[in-house]
Ligand binder design. Structure first.
Ligand code: NAG
Ligand code: NAG
Ligand code: NAG
Length: 273
């Protein structure tokens, strides 16, 4: 009986998939995974290290299908509406802060090869992929970015990527190639700030410097992680893009960083939990 119900359910999801809202991978306990994803986006579910096993396919289906793009479009539309209400004097130094990974540039191409969050990311492979500079623009973020430029708002990219010459070049090249072709600052995480401090401390510290040292006024701040958005000064308004594939507070890029800076031949075993 239970088996038959499961079969019916998976048939149902296959039929729903044919309706075009996803890529047709049977998502198993989709109801549970929907609720889990909401918990993640609302920051009720925190500090998780991998997508729950039973939601692996669900996350893949979500991110490869229309749902992810539609959720991103809602965030971009709201951000654009907000930006249009700002009264911007020419010398206002109004600035918008963008995160890079899975905000401007998508990791979906990487996930397609290496899984959508159930297995922890293999650091050396991931770094290699970043250095190759082949990430695609997230179309809704690009739309917001272009609108902000037209409104005369300054652009800052603030990333937790390690600031090595190679990765700085790859990041800049990748952004330009994908249409994010001008900015006031591209801030990557210098070696000095890597040993101490959470991502929230690092990013809010950099935002604080932008305001206090550069006279910028952060009107908007957009990222796919809560650690992009929390910590004073947050910016006048923050916008959370969806990302149910990973959660960053301290650890994730710390691994990538040590690979980048020491060129160690770490294996993914140090990374799995
Ligand atoms: C804008 O930035 C310039 C240069 O950093 C600074 O001199 C000026 O005071 C800033 N304007 C505002 C309104 O903060
Ligand atoms: C990246 O490095 C290459 C080779 O040194 C250089 O020609 C190019 O201008 C650099 N690109 C950026 C965006 O810095
Ligand atoms: C890093 O820290 C060292 C020692 O405190 C300092 O001399 C150096 O200027 C710092 N580098 C950067 C890029 O802040």
């Amino acid at each position: 009986m239970a088996n038959r119900l499961l079969l019916l359910l998976s048939l149902f999801s296959a039929v729903a998939a044919a309706g075009g809202d996803d890529v047709g991978i049977p998502v198993g306990d989709g109801d549970y995974c929907d609720s889990w994803r909401l918990g993640v986006e609302a920051h009720n579910v925190r500090g998780w290290t991998t997508v729950p096993r039973k939601c692996d396919n669900y996350v893949e289906n979500y991110m490869r299908g229309h749902h992810y793009r539609r959720d991103s479009a809602v965030a971009a539309d709201e951000a654009i509406s907000f930006a249009q209400t700002l009264q911007l004097a020419a010398d206002a130094n109004a600035t918008w802060v963008f995160d890079v990974d899975d905000t401007a540039l998508s990791h979906v191409k990487f996930y397609k090869k290496h899984g959508f969050g159930y297995h922890r990311t293999d650091e050396p492979l991931f770094l290699e992929w970043l250095v190759a500079g082949k990430a695609s623009a997230l179309p809704n973020t690009l739309r917001l970015y272009k609108k902000l430029l037209l409104l005369g708002i300054k652009i800052v990219f603030l990333s937790d990527r390690p600031d090595t010459p190679e990765l700085r070049n790859a990041t800049a090249t990748n952004l330009i190639k994908e249409g994010f072709d001008c900015w006031d600052e591209l801030i990557l995480r210098s070696e000095n700030s890597t040993t101490t401090g959470s991502v929230v401390e690092y990013k809010s510290g950099e935002r604080s410097k932008l305001e206090e040292e550069k006279g910028m006024v952060i009107v908007g701040n957009i990222g796919d992680q809560w650690s992009d958005l929390l910590g004073s000064p947050e910016g006048q308004r923050t916008f959370k893009l969806p990302n149910p594939a990973y959660y960053i507070d301290n650890y994730m890029h710390a691994g990538v960083r040590s690979v980048a800076t020491t060129a160690a031949t770490a294996t993914s075993s140090s990374y799995s939990s």
